[in-house]
Design a protein around this ligand. Structure first.
Ligand SMILES: Nc1ncnc2c1ncn2[C@@H]1O[C@H](COP(=O)(O)OP(=O)(O)O)[C@@H](O)[C@H]1O
Ligand SMILES: [Mg+2]
Length: 367
């Protein structure tokens, strides 16, 4: 065979070989394709999380909780990009919000490492086998946590006067005794001349009820909280001996949340952020220790104000959903929304500005 024919046959062989390889790769494509579907870019907003192989335990305003088959002590908590204001869930999500909230909670859990919290791991690769099919959806926005019974109260600490407490303060009558004028708000004796957003003489603990979906939380006094907790714990312990110092529980809770707030607020101040107030959710573990559950010191659970522009006597610019609240308040005042579901459609710039504020809070606090 002439030399050039042999060469041609060799090239012909190469062509067939590569064609076969490409065909095989094409046939194997489904797995690559599957990856493309599940590896959604982080900016794709997540409204509803579905993990069909895991039992859905509950869906809150922001998070969905899933059970772990065969393990009743833990659960998977996934933060969506949904946002709520005035206890109404908005139809439009804030892209990336779920991941920001998760990162911030993890950050605080680490910073307050000596305070008990519910986190088991946020490393998706260490999640139980049953969670694996949803790994890419869960990455960055979920936590495997201890499944505990949340105490039926929202534990709020206020370092500055704002929001519903400011409204209650304004309505409270002026009182006088031998020490001078003062106002009494939910059992707290406060100076008579506080301005809106002013720093309180010392942070105060103002618990509230945990309202059912669609209802509003209501501020309660320390005494009302103590009764509520005691009744709840007794009903849950079903005749078994409840925690030994149940009568001291409310006092321990007050000290616990005030300490957590002070530490977080002191740290945030070094980063140029005032944590004006915060809400913590707590549970008791099997040894009756207080454990922080849900989220901690995020823009959803706290009012974050920039230190640089802070001035008492007015409402503040903020890194939290106050911006969205102000927009909605404007609609309410204009008679365009009644603060009830369904929520109004949010304009693009409100969504984007809200997203930027959440992102800025994360960047400042964790840098
Ligand atoms: N470790 C935990 N064990 C049991 N329930 C928890 C735990 N952490 C959070 N939760 C509950 O999961 C829900 C989280 O959903 P979320 O959207 O944050 O709801 P909410 O709007 O009520 O705060 C809350 O009801 C919270 O009480
Ligand atoms: Mg919550």
């Amino acid at each position: 065979m002439p030399f050039f024919v042999k060469g041609l046959a060799f090239y012909w062989f190469l062509l067939v070989y590569y064609t076969c390889c490409l065909t095989i790769l094409f046939i194997l494509q489904p797995s690559t394709h599957y990856k493309e579907i599940t590896m959604l870019p982080v900016s794709t907003p997540l409204i509803e999380i579905d993990c069909p192989g895991l039992p859905l335990l509950s869906r809150g305003k922001v998070r969905a909780n899933f059970g772990i088959p065969g393990d009743d002590s833990r659960m998977l908590m996934v933060a969506s990009d949904r946002i709520s204001a005035f206890d109404v869930g908005m139809e439009d999500p804030i892209p990336g919000k779920g991941a920001i909230l998760t990162k911030l909670s993890l950050f605080w859990f680490e910073l307050l490492a000596d305070v008990k919290n519910h986190l088991v791991t946020a490393d998706v690769d260490r999640y139980p086998e049953a969670c694996r099919p949803y790994a890419e959806q869960l990455r960055g926005r979920s936590m495997l946590v201890r499944k505990l019974q949340p105490l039926p109260v929202e534990f709020i600490v206020r370092g500055y006067i704002s929001g519903s407490f400011w409204k209650a303060y304004c309505k409270a009558p002026l009182l006088k005794d031998f020490q001078g004028s003062y106002k009494l708000v939910l059992g707290h004796r406060l100076p008579a001349d506080l301005k809106e957003s002013e720093k309180l003489p010392t942070p105060i603990f103002t618990p509230s009820t945990k309202a059912a979906p669609g209802m509003h939380d209501e501020n309660i006094s320390f005494k009302q909280m103590a009764i509520l907790l005691e009744d709840w714990i007794k009903s849950k312990s079903k005749g078994a001996k409840p925690c030994p110092d149940i009568s001291l529980l409310s006092i321990s809770i007050e000290k616990f949340v005030l300490r957590c707030y002070q530490r977080a607020a002191d740290y945030a101040l070094t980063k140029g952020i005032i944590i004006a107030d915060t809400k913590l959710e707590l549970a008791l573990d099997e040894c009756c220790n207080l454990v922080i559950i849900d989220e901690a010191f995020t823009p959803d659970s706290s009012r974050f104000w920039p230190l640089a522009t802070y001035a008492p006597g007015r409402s503040q610019e903020s890194y939290d959903k106050q911006f969205l609240r102000d927009y909605l308040e404007g609609l309410f005042k204009a008679g365009l929304w009644d603060k009830k579901a369904p929520a109004p459609k949010l304009p693009e710039d409100i969504i984007e500005k809200t997203r930027q504020r959440y992102e800025e809070a994360l960047r400042l606090l964790t840098s």
